[in-house]
Design a binder for this molecule. Structure first.
Ligand SMILES: CC(C)(COP(=O)(O)OP(=O)(O)OC[C@H]1O[C@@H](n2cnc3c(N)ncnc32)[C@H](O)[C@@H]1OP(=O)(O)O)[C@@H](O)C(=O)NCCC(=O)NCCS
Length: 258
């Protein structure tokens, strides 16, 4: 089974050149699946793991087939992952804390969780019957409590004149080193640039540029040239670490004063 899973992993990414191009770049590490242990989960579903194998409560309803879940070492936390469809790929890079409830409905979706990104309490919803969306969190993102990232509305909105569904699911990219504050929500078809901050209770419905602070409903940028650190009173070295990462991912960081 191992060869089949590895082939399917490579094929999944080869079929998505846009995503493949991003992965492996700074801030978007791609672990080598060949270094992981493979655990068959039935119906072609497989878990590739290293570290603790019991971090994820994986729920695979009857129709779930050929899903691949790669889970690197996660130090703390427990997450639930429901995959209601086929041929989805979940990549969870190594992290110190990951506590989330993830639901993926439909086929061919990608969920990517970047290296060192942390989540205190998050809900991620993807798919809802559609094919091939992506939700990606870059390295060192920080999700606070009660954060919702929703790439699908889960129910259709109809145009009364045309009878068409108007709210198809979309993709979400949360760039490296983005902080999603307490109770914030990110909706479909949104990209948040590296280093940015989403304030408590904000609802993000449109793209947010890099190094911006946005707040409110819908979220609006209230400050530019801002970023954040995990420490309230960071040392110069801790600030340097942040600026190094932002420079690596191409976010323009202003030169230090003086
Ligand atoms: C977004 C945030 C980090 C910005 O902090 P800050 O840079 O000190 O911002 P300020 O307090 O100076 O506020 C700037 C403006 O945005 C408004 N604002 C700030 N946070 C807001 C929020 N969450 N929702 C709505 N408006 C907000 C302020 O009223 C102010 O508006 P004004 O200029 O019209 O007076 C902060 O307000 C916030 O939301 N903190 C919560 C962080 C959190 O979730 N922590 C959990 C631990 S992970």
């Amino acid at each position: 089974m191992t060869d089949q899973v590895l082939e399917a992993f490579d094929r999944f990414l080869a079929d998505r050149p846009g995503v493949r191009q991003r992965l492996g770049q700074p801030g978007w590490a791609l672990p080598d699946p060949r270094e992981f242990q493979v655990k068959p989960l039935g119906n072609g579903n497989a878990l590739l793991w290293r570290g603790r194998s019991n971090v994820l409560d994986i729920v695979l309803p009857g129709g779930a087939r050929d899903n691949i879940i790669l889970c690197d070492a996660i130090e703390l936390g427990r997450a639930s992952l429901t995959l209601n469809g086929g041929g989805n790929l979940v990549v969870l890079c190594a992290s110190t804390k990951f506590q989330a409830k993830i639901t993926i409905q439909g086929d061919g979706h990608l969920l990517y969780w970047g290296e060192g990104a942390t989540c205190n309490e998050g809900t991620v919803v993807m798919g809802a019957g559609h094919r091939g969306t992506t939700v990606m969190f870059g390295a060192d993102c920080m999700l606070s409590q009660r954060v919702t990232v929703r790439a699908a509305d889960s129910h259709g909105i109809l145009d009364v004149g045309t009878r068409e569904v108007t709210n198809v699911p979309g993709s979400i990219v949360v760039g490296p080193h983005v902080w999603l504050g307490n109770g914030s929500t990110v909706l479909k078809d949104v990209e948040i640039g590296p280093g940015s901050i989403v304030g408590a209770g904000a609802i993000v419905t449109a793209d947010i540029p890099a190094l911006s602070t946005c707040v409110g409903v819908p979220a609006r940028v209230v400050r530019q040239n801002t970023t954040w650190t995990r420490k309230s009173s960071p040392t110069e070295e801790q600030k340097d670490q942040v600026f190094r990462l932002l420079a690596q991912v191409g976010a323009a960081v202003p030169a230090p004063v003086g």
